[in-house]
Design a protein around this ligand. Structure first.
Ligand SMILES: Cc1cc2nc3c(=O)[nH]c(=O)nc-3n(C[C@H](O)[C@H](O)[C@H](O)COP(=O)(O)OP(=O)(O)OC[C@H]3O[C@@H](n4cnc5c(N)ncnc54)[C@H](O)[C@@H]3O)c2cc1C
Length: 406
């Protein structure tokens, strides 16, 4: 008999949420992380309407709202030609008590982690790094962990869940493809003394970084969370040095005066993030991948927390079935990619295609159209950052374009 039903590698949002769902389903879960919580994560700290809806579904909305955060109900979009518009954030679940928020990931991730840890059948281990995978006839059946100072231990399970982030050890170790063309590069830093910071998310499209964008997010302190994200391919084609490109983007007309006295606080961090590609392999013999390990961040906004939570929910249900039947081979787990891509595939695919709309001309005309016609304004977030994608009514690029012609 294996030591656990499930071993979850990584206790970020994807891992902790999988542990929560699986623990509540009665599975014996081990949740490990190479670091100890609270731990930080480079992020723009925006929790979208979808994240709030899923946290609510987990029964944790009160805990979320108790965390130090900036409530956000509006997004400002700024085109290269200087036009701009501020639109409301659409709630996904009308019963949610918040539309969206900026919340430091150190707090959000710890909140989920502690909720998972409270469950009796969830065992948690910090400072515990998975360093090898045990296999039996090619099927993953356990891991070797390093708990520090070279203390190695072997742990077995019916099923492994890779929730180990953008550079997933489990995915690499099990030989899954890397999909290097589906990657975004992002630079993030904190700035003090940014003029005119309001409790809005700001999205700027300086021409030099298109199809990328720059975000400026308020935080609970006087600092602004500022960053640049763009597809790695575009960064290489344009020969951009991403840290320098961020600094130069802050000289764009929509930002220059606002950053005239700004001081960077600490260093600029650069990260590569796998983004959604519905053909990606996300499971194999004895294992499933969730969150960034499965490359689920949306290509045009790099938001990944909502999809991490959705993948966690589906993975936990598939895991419960696998543990009930004792069948954890790749074929028995096929319902995972099927259900995952049904839930996320259309949105991810569309999000990738929306990047092609990011020319100076189309961004300008979309923003001016939204400014002229308030009924279009709410949809702009869907078109420009792929957030709150509004259902089948607008599920392809042409529907969006037609909508704006109305
Ligand atoms: C610059 C930037 C800005 C972003 N901004 C946003 C945003 O505003 N909103 C949003 O929704 N998304 C944002 N994202 C994406 C978001 O951060 C990720 O999608 C999200 O963190 C995915 O969660 P996860 O649990 O899959 O991975 P992670 O949060 O990365 O957690 C993975 C965990 O696995 C652990 N781990 C790794 N390897 C091992 C190992 N071998 N053994 C044990 N543990 C291990 C790590 O310590 C870590 O705790 C941003 C990403 C970047 C890079």
């Amino acid at each position: 008999m294996p030591d656990f039903d499930l071993i979850i590698i990584g206790a970020g949002p994807a891992g902790s949420a999988t542990a929560l769902h699986a623990g509540r389903n009665g599975l014996r879960v081990l949740l490990i992380d190479a670091r100890t919580f609270p731990r930080d994560k480079v992020c723009s700290d925006a929790l979208s309407a979808a994240v709030i809806a899923h946290v609510r579904e987990l029964g944790l909305e009160d805990r979320l709202l108790d965390l130090d955060h900036v409530p956000v109900s509006q997004i400002g979009f700024h085109a290269p030609d200087g036009s701009s518009v501020t639109v409301p954030v659409l709630k996904i679940d009308s019963a949610s008590r918040a539309a969206s928020m900026i919340c430091h990931r150190v707090l959000f991730d710890e909140m989920l982690f502690l909720a998972a840890k409270e469950l009796e059948n969830v065992t948690v281990r910090h400072w515990c790094r998975a360093v090898d995978v045990l296999t039996e006839g090619g099927r993953a059946c356990g891991i070797v962990v390093d708990s520090g100072a070279g203390r190695m231990e072997t742990l077995t399970a019916t099923l492994l869940i890779g929730a180990d982030g953008a550079n997933s050890f489990l995915s690499r170790r099990m030989g899954l493809p890397r999909y290097s063309e589906y990657r975004v590069i992002a630079a993030q830093a904190y700035y003090s003394q940014v003029i005119g910071l309001r409790s809005h998310i700001e999205i700027h499209f300086p021409e030099a970084v298109l199809p990328g964008y720059v975000w400026v997010h308020p935080t609970r302190s006087s600092l602004a969370n500022v960053g640049l994200a763009l597809p790695l391919r575009a960064c290489l084609d344009k020969r951009l040095h991403v840290k320098r490109a961020l600094e130069e983007a802050l000289e764009a007309p929509s930002l220059k005066e606002r950053f005239a006295f700004a001081q960077r606080y600490g260093g600029t961090k650069v990260r590569l993030l796998p983004v959604g590609n519905p053909l990606r392999e996300v499971h194999g013999e004895g294992f499933l991948l969730v969150g960034d390990a499965a490359g689920l961040a949306t290509p045009c906004s790099i938001e990944g927390v909502a999809n991490a939570l959705i993948s966690a929910h589906i993975a936990a249900e598939v895991a419960a079935e696998a543990c009930r039947t004792g069948e954890a081979g790749a074929d028995a787990l096929l319902s995972y990619p099927g259900r995952l891509w049904r839930a996320l595939g259309p949105g991810l695919e569309l999000s990738g295609r929306l990047l092609s709309l990011r020319t100076p001309k189309s961004i300008g005309s979309l923003i001016r159209s939204a400014a002229r016609r308030p009924h279009n304004a709410g949809w702009l977030s869907g078109v420009l950052i792929g957030s709150a994608l509004p259902s089948e009514e607008l599920n392809d690029l042409f529907s969006y374009l037609n909508f704006f012609r109305r």
